[in-house]
Design a protein around this ligand. Sequence first.
Ligand code: SF4
Length: 850
Amino acid sequence: MTSVDSKFAELDELLKKKTIRSREDPRDKSSAEKKITSGLKTIPVLPEIKDESDEKTLTTFWRNLRSFYRSAQGGGIKGSQLFPALLSDYRDMMHVRYDYPVWVPDEAGLAENDAAVLSLTELLNNALKTFAPSAQDAKILKDNIGRLELIVRESIDARAASVVFTDVMWPALQKLETQLKIKGQDGKTFSEDIQKLKSQLPQSGQLLHFSHESPYWLLSAAIRVQFHRSYQKVKEDTVVLRNKLDELLRIENQKTPAANAPETLKGSYGYGASFINFDKFSNVIPESSSEMMMPQRLTRIEKIVTILRNIDSYFKYDSVAVIAENLSGSIAGNWSDLLAHSSILIADKRIISSEAQNAFEMHMKSMSEWLSAFRIARLEVEGKYIPDIHDAYFSNFDWRAFTEDEMALCPPVLLITPVEELIMHNLTEFSRLLASHKPIKTIVIKSDAEIIHSAKSMAQDYFSFPQELGALAVSHRNAYVFQSTTIHPKGLYEGYMKGISGFSPALFYILSPRDESGRNTYVWAGAALESRAFPEFTYDQRRGVQWGSRFNVEKNPQTDQDWPIYELSFITKRDQKSVINVPFSFADFASQDVFFAEHFFDVPPQYWSDDLVLFADYLKMEPTEAYSKIPFVWMVDQQNMLHKVATTHFLVLYGQERLDFWHFIQEFGGINSYHVDRAVEKARQMLLEEKTKEIAGLNEAHNTEIEQVKQSTAREAMEKLSAILLELDSLEVKPAVKISAAVAVTEPVTQKTAEPQAPEAVEEEEPVSTEPWLDTIRCTSCNECINVNPNLFKYNGSKQAYIADAKSGTYAQLVKAAEKCPAKCIHPGIPLNADEEGLDDLIKRAAAFN
Ligand code: SF4
């Protein structure tokens, strides 16, 4: 069984078991298409924790672990044995559908395909859509498109970074047909569909494999497309202008006496000349009545026509590339293959920035000559060339006078250099280059080796911060800065396209690992992005005057979080499934790298305790809290068993530094911005103060009103009650159990009195409520009345008190509650129980509240 066959078998098995799983990055729409067909058959398993260690062994182990944390001595893991748990799906990339290989057009492909960069998946899907739009069309082919991709991937894996598309695709289609061996009518249909697919796929172009060189190949594609588009346009415009100028010169030529000479006429009539007597004809042709063109103008037009005619010599190259000499070994082939149609200058790494500036000046001199000719040509054709103005203007014409569109026409000047060289030997020159505002486009590829170099410097120099080239370039304010990784080829291509033309200097700072230590470089680069080890951002000063408007950090995962958080599913030994949220931190990224191996310690399950804290959580702890803890990350082994792997203090410091840089990037993008948060808090405080003042004013007015009402009501009530009491006293009447208003007051009088009372005296009395009542609307919910008798007083739905059942309490409780009520909203009325003790005193006390 071949390797491909065995992959098919695995793939079929996986498809049958429907183990297709996906991890979708919410910010990256393209990743929604990346269905991950894991090569692993099970989800991670949590080991059973057996408490077998005695106290002494446990103490010794933890003492050693804490010592490891501080000293980085005594640890170490083997990358091949343990893998970050959150990346377990990516251990076998052959089964993962991702954006590589990617198709890019060559010269011929530019004309036949609008899209400039397409993943293999997109390319195949687009082609299928054209001839098999419905689900049932080309069903067998569609069902096996993943298989076809696998064959293509297998066949380009061992090759160079770039291969000719048809060299790989046509044999792959043939191989698919052979592998499937479909017979009968289905086989015939399948073969026809293969041919249709073939006719819809590009007939040229290249397939780029994911490699360290991918950023260069994508740069080359971007330049090719950019140049093709601008050159086609400028060439068409030039031909039109040149024809018009030629016509001007021809007409001018006809104005000369020599134009009417017999020999000149004879020469211009060709075959017809044998029928004409040119001596006589010359005599009868009138001399031109127009004025002759000024000699200076004639010379000027002849000169620009010559320049325009030579357009190909001015636009001979797609770009001018100045490349550091020590980069030659970093690519498999030659720069002239990679940057075909570019003028390439290999320069000494120590003077590369100044070499790029020299190359730029020379290139711009040539472009100024051509563009001034182009502009003069236009003015001449329109009759708008004014020597007094334009002679001086064009004699000093240089690149600074170009328009944005004209600059975009010019093949760019590229500076390609390694990051360490730039930082160590050329930083001042590079800074000068950016400050000069010359639109030189610098391409710096950072590999895993440079990340390790930074880590080593950090380790040696316990605690130097890495120099962030992207951030340094941003500080110049005028440069287009694009920091990205090579895992998103389309994003990379678009970033190039935005920055490669135009007036701004540009820095393309791209992370692209090498496959040197056997690590999975695609996963490594993706993890660098996820873990904030190398965050992506774009700074484009053309996007706005306000600083914040120039930044875009959206390509990073979960931009509002410190670390992106993903679900980690696992099963326990007892087959119970569980899911936990796990942040993907810098330590998870570092755990893949052999350089950091000694900073990890695999803690056996019997020693797991609450003192092992997730790395991301550990970083948030106060030192006093973190003191006794050890940070760890989740990893899985070859059997998919989960491990808690402790880290060192060095990694904690490194993680804190990366987090700090991430916060810096976040703030650039307006996320968790200190200033925004402060402004929001200030606005909130102002609003709160305003509302507090408003409420205080309302309360004051309300209290004044209450006081006024209370005083007048109390006075009136007192007067009325006194009058009633005096009257009752004289009649020896006991209070009624329940009396309603005026009627209740008058009835006993009529019963007990022999002589009727003067009706007018009763009619003059204001009706007084003698029932207890509570002005609920004024209640402040202070609980005082409820505390006196919770059955008598209760709260309504708005937590304001009311008298729930007057019979469930005594008159004494009513009076007591009225006295305690701060809102003075309880009115005891008159006693319901005439036999209650101490009524005389209570009625007097109640008078103030009735
Ligand atoms: S004592 Fe007055 S203010 Fe307090 S809860 Fe009772 S009714 Fe409301």
